[in-house]
Structure formats: structure tokens, C-alpha cells
Ligand binder design. Structure first.
Ligand code: ADP
Ligand code: ZN
Length: 525
């Protein structure tokens, strides 16, 4: 038998020939090599990381067809048009085509004239389509936006569950490759399990695009900050994400009133308005786009210089996806998250609004908590992000995130930590951040008195601070891993092993002073 395994060199030549790129990116090379070896492959790359090349180039080296499962009809057409322009034979089949057109394309595939065929996942559920596909040689099934198969992800699509039965129905099992930008361990497990990837090689790469300067700013006046930032960066393209339509409209109007050419995008506008402002942004007629998270899916604009979040998003996946729209061309770009504790309330409200089963809800609260921890993190934000997604990284800080650039001195917070931890311990680790703060403040609130916490030795031990300051401090300790919150709507603060070390005097807590206490000591000096 003449088994011929195409080489990475051949792949590279095709990359040069069709795409004009001299080389694969690091993450792409590993994925392409794995697919050429015939392994099932799971590739996790940020938006703009270059996922499509990972299956398009191997497709050119396979004897049969590569079937691409893609969720968005509009993207499908763009991708196929781009391939055809480059001289690669590709087609799509979706509901915009007539029956005659569909048949023609299937016939072309049967004659071996196509290297890539794009279809929506719904199509895999149709018997006639399955039968047609059984009649041709499929070398590879590439699943784009593969997180859609998981209920833990943010856009679950039932029809993705049809992928695995479809693959099983084929006379010969093709290589299965799945791609997504977003993956937590749960979603990753789901993709492997529900798509039935066979002992896959998993590659998580490029999340920490080192051209992105990540910042979290707490306690800013958000509107003033944006006005200032946009005025000083007015000539550069940027996106401002806000949580609600109303906030988008307000910010849009303010920018306009100040003579800044801004556009807006949200689900409350008509199709034509949305399309118009999207085009204007793509062609640089407007520089700033103010938008809800409805904006961005499938937008390919490489020179976005900044993404500002007016509100904290609901989870890290959403954040990384949205922030990742900055700097796709590799040039230095800013990703700024303007955090206020009110954002937490908003996100909790949104979770409660959305009818869903208890498991999912618990999961959403957990993800929200992780997002909050990112916002309170004192250490390198790139580490925080890579740790969240389970990507290995060097222990060298990025040097450009807001934590790395934080010039506030490290101060010894061991005593504050001991007071807080011992209070939590005495409250038997059964209450949330706000009640612990009330007790430390020495508040007379009903719940404090009802539980008799006013007789605890730690009662009122932090009375010189506001309750808000105390809860922020607790949140920092959570973000830094001294404390943890239980899951659910009313999370309880618990001590972690590191906190026990602090209580025993075996661990010194060095931290950046919280903003307000820095301001305070400056004021009293
Ligand atoms: P994704 O699907 O991961 O969001 P794309 O496949 O759309 O990303 O690629 C993002 C951008 O990066 C595109 O403009 C693409 O042409 C470019 N790109 C991808 N791979 C390479 C490469 N090896 N060298 C140079 N540019 C690349
Ligand atoms: Zn950093």
C-alpha cells in the first residue's frame, strides 16, 4: 500500500503559494502537523489567531474533501469567496441556495472538484444529506466555533450534537478537527466528549498575544475616562463595549456632541442602520464604534487599536473574545476594562433574569466570580488570563498590563489579612463578603445582631474603613487565592490553605495598597 503522508514543508509551500504568507504562526504549525499525521485535533486559538488556515491548508493536502461545519451563514460565504479568489476550489451549502444549486454543488464534490465544502450544522441532521455525503470521499471534518456543542459555553447550538452521529454514519471515519477561540476546562471536556474526538491532540495557543496591553481600572469616572481616552486617541480605530443599549446610546451621543466621529451598534437598531455603521467602521469613515456585545462576531478589521469595556462582561470567555478584537495585526493595542462593583450587580441580575436550570445557573455564577477575580487581581493580568484558560506560560510577567505597570509600592498587609481571616473563621465560614464586612466595620445591622456577631472579638476591628473598602479588600484576597467563594447566587467566603498560613504567622502578605487607602495616607501625610 502506498501511504503517503504529506509533510509540513509541503504545507508551508502551499501557504506561500495561495496565501502569500512565508510561514505558519507557532500555534498553526503544531495544529497543521498534527492533522497531517492523521490525528484528531482540538485547536484553541484567540479570535484573529488564524484558525481557518489550520484546516484549509491541510485540506489541500488530503485526497478527499474537507467538510467544514460553520455556524454562521454570512461568514460561510465570505470565507468561500476568499478561498475562490485565492484559487482554492471551495463551496458552501446553506439555506440561501435553491435545490438546484445545492445539487450542482454536491455533484461537483462527487466529481472531486472541491477541496472544501462549508455547511451549517443543521444540515447534518437531514437524512438525504447524510446519504449524499456517504457517497463521497471525506478526508476531514473541521468543526468551526466548536464551543457551540457545549451547554457550558456561551452559544450552545443543539445542532452541533449532530456532528458525532454524522461522522459515525460515514463509511470511513475522517479526521475530526475542532476549533474555537474560547475554552475553559469544562467546555474543552465537552468538545472532546460530545464531538467524540478520538484521543485528540489538544493545542491551546496564543491567548496571550503580547501586543495587547491589558488593563483593569477600578474606581474611574467611566464617562470622563472614555471621553479623555477617545479624544487623545481620536485618530485611531477603537471599540467601546457597553452592557446595555441605553448606555451605548448615551455614550454615542456624548461622543458625537463632542465632535468625535462615532458609530453605534446594538440589537435595537434596524438592520440597515447596523449594517451602515459596521461598514463605516470597516472603511474608517468613523473611528470609534460604541456597541453592545452584538457587535463583532465575524468582523475582520485588523487595525483596531483599542477595546474599552465600559462594563465588566459576564465571563472571561466573553471578555477575551471581545478584547481580542484589538490588535489583530500584531501592533501594540490597549484592552481596558473599566470596573465598578455595580457591574457585579448588573451581571447577577442578568443571570437571574434568564430562565435556566440550576446547574447552568451555578456555572454562570462561577464564571462570573472568576471574571470578578480577574478584575481584582494584583498580579500580571496576562498570567491571570492564561491561568484561567489553562495555557502554560513562563513566569515572566508581561510588563505592560495595568498590574505590571502599577507603581504603587508593595505594602505589608499581613495584619489586615489576619483580622479578616480570623473574622471569617469565627463566623464559621458560613457567610458572604458583605456580612463579613459589616461585622468588621462594627455595623449594627439586623443580621449582625441577630447572629450575635457583635460579641465577636473581631467585631468593629476595621471600623476606620468603610464597608465598601473592607469588601474590596476581601475581594482582593479572593482574587489572590487566600480566600474562595462557594458557588451559587449567595456565595459564602471560605479560608484557603494560604490563609491558614497567614493566621499562623507563617506567610507575609505583601500587596499593592488598595486605591483608597493609598489616597488616604497621601491625604493625611
Ligand atoms: P480566526 O478564524 O482565528 O479569527 P483568521 O483565520 O480569520 O482568524 O485569521 C486572522 C488573520 O490573520 C487573517 O487576516 C489572516 O489572513 C491572518 N493570518 C493567519 N495566518 C497567518 C500567517 N501564518 N501569517 C500571516 N498572517 C496570517
Ligand atoms: Zn502583566
Amino acid at each position: 500500500m502506498n501511504v503517503h503522508i504529506p509533510t509540513l514543508e509541503q504545507a508551508q509551500q502551499l501557504l506561500q503559494k495561495y496565501y502569500g504568507y512565508p510561514d505558519f504562526r507557532e500555534g498553526q504549525r503544531k495544529i497543521v502537523a498534527s492533522m497531517l499525521n492523521g490525528a484528531d485535533t482540538l485547536g484553541i486559538m484567540p479570535t484573529g489567531g488564524g484558525k481557518s488556515i489550520c484546516y484549509q491548508v491541510p485540506a489541500l493536502l488530503q485526497p478527499g474533501l474537507t467538510l467544514v461545519i460553520s455556524p454562521l451563514i454570512s461568514l460561510m460565504k465570505d470565507q468561500v469567496d476568499a478561498l475562490i479568489t485565492m484559487g482554492i476550489s471551495a463551496a458552501f451549502i446553506n439555506s440561501t441556495l435553491s435545490g438546484k444549486e445545492v445539487n450542482e454543488r454536491i455533484r461537483a464534490a462527487k466529481r472531486g472538484e472541491l477541496k472544501l465544502l462549508y455547511v451549517a450544522p443543521e444540515r447534518l441532521e437531514l437524512d438525504w444529506f447524510r446519504e449524499e455525503m456517504s457517497g463521497l470521499e471525506i478526508s476531514c471534518v473541521a468543526v468551526d466555533e466548536a464551543h457551540c456543542v457545549s451547554q457550558w459555553g456561551h452559544d450552545f447550538r443543539t445542532s452541533y450534537l449532530a456532528v458525532s452521529p454524522f461522522v459515525n454514519s460515514l463509511p470511513r471515519r475522517p479526521i475530526l478537527a475542532a476549533f474555537t477561540a474560547t475554552a475553559t476546562p469544562e467546555v474543552m471536556d465537552d468538545m472532546i466528549r460530545l464531538l467524540r474526538l478520538n484521543d485528540p491532540s489538544v493545542f491551546v495557543t496564543g491567548l496571550g498575544r503580547d501586543n495587547l496591553a491589558m488593563s483593569v481600572l477600578r474606581g474611574e469616572n467611566k464617562r470622563d475616562f472614555i471621553m479623555n481616552y477617545v479624544t487623545t486617541h481620536g485618530h485611531q480605530p477603537g471599540i467601546i463595549y457597553a452592557a446595555t443599549r441605553k448606555e451605548v446610546d448615551d455614550m454615542y451621543n456624548r461622543l458625537r456632541q463632542n465632535g468625535i466621529p462615532a458609530g453605534r451598534y446594538h440589537a435595537g437598531l434596524s438592520d440597515s442602520e447596523r449594517e451602515e455603521s459596521q461598514e463605516a467602521f470597516l472603511y474608517d469613515d468613523i473611528r470609534v464604534m460604541v456597541a453592545t456585545n452584538a457587535f463583532g462576531m465575524g468582523i475582520d478589521k485588523s487595525n483596531v487599536r483599542y477595546v474599552i469595556h465600559y462594563n465588566m462582561p459576564k465571563n472571561m470567555e466573553a471578555y477575551v473574545q471581545e478584547a481580542g478584537r484589538a490588535g489583530r495585526d500584531g501592533e501594540p493595542s490597549d484592552c481596558i476594562l473599566l470596573f465598578s462593583p455595580q457591574d457585579i450587580m448588573t451581571q447577577k441580575f442578568l443571570i437571574e433574569q434568564n430562565p435556566q436550570d440550576e446547574n447552568r445557573k451555578r456555572n454562570e455564577y462561577k464564571k462570573l466570580q472568576q471574571m470578578i477575580e480577574y478584575c481584582y487581581s494584583n498580579s500580571c493580568l496576562r498570567w491571570a488570563m492564561l491561568d484561567y484558560f489553562g495555557e502554560a506560560h513562563s513566569r515572566e510577567a508581561c510588563g505592560i498590563c495595568s498590574s505590571c505597570r502599577d507603581e504603587r509600592e508593595l505594602v505589608d498587609m499581613t495584619v489586615d489579612a489576619q483580622i479578616i481571616f480570623s473574622c471569617i473563621h469565627r463566623m464559621r465560614e458560613r457567610f458572604g463578603v458583605s456580612l463579613v464586612s459589616s461585622v468588621l466595620k462594627g455595623s449594627q445591622n439586623k443580621k449582625v445582631l441577630q447572629y450575635g456577631f457583635d460579641s465577636l472579638p473581631t467585631y468593629g476591628m476595621m471600623r476606620r474603613r468603610t464597608e465598601k473598602e473592607i469588601s474590596e479588600l476581601i475581594n482582593v484576597f479572593i482574587a489572590e487565592g487566600y480566600l474562595a467563594l462557594s458557588e451559587g447566587q449567595y456565595p459564602v467566603v471560605r479560608l484557603q490553605p494560604l490563609a491558614a498560613d497567614v493566621l499562623r504567622g507563617q506567610h507575609q502578605v505583601m500587596m499593592r495598597a488598595p486605591e483608597h487607602s493609598a489616597a488616604k495616607s497621601a491625604g493625611t501625610a
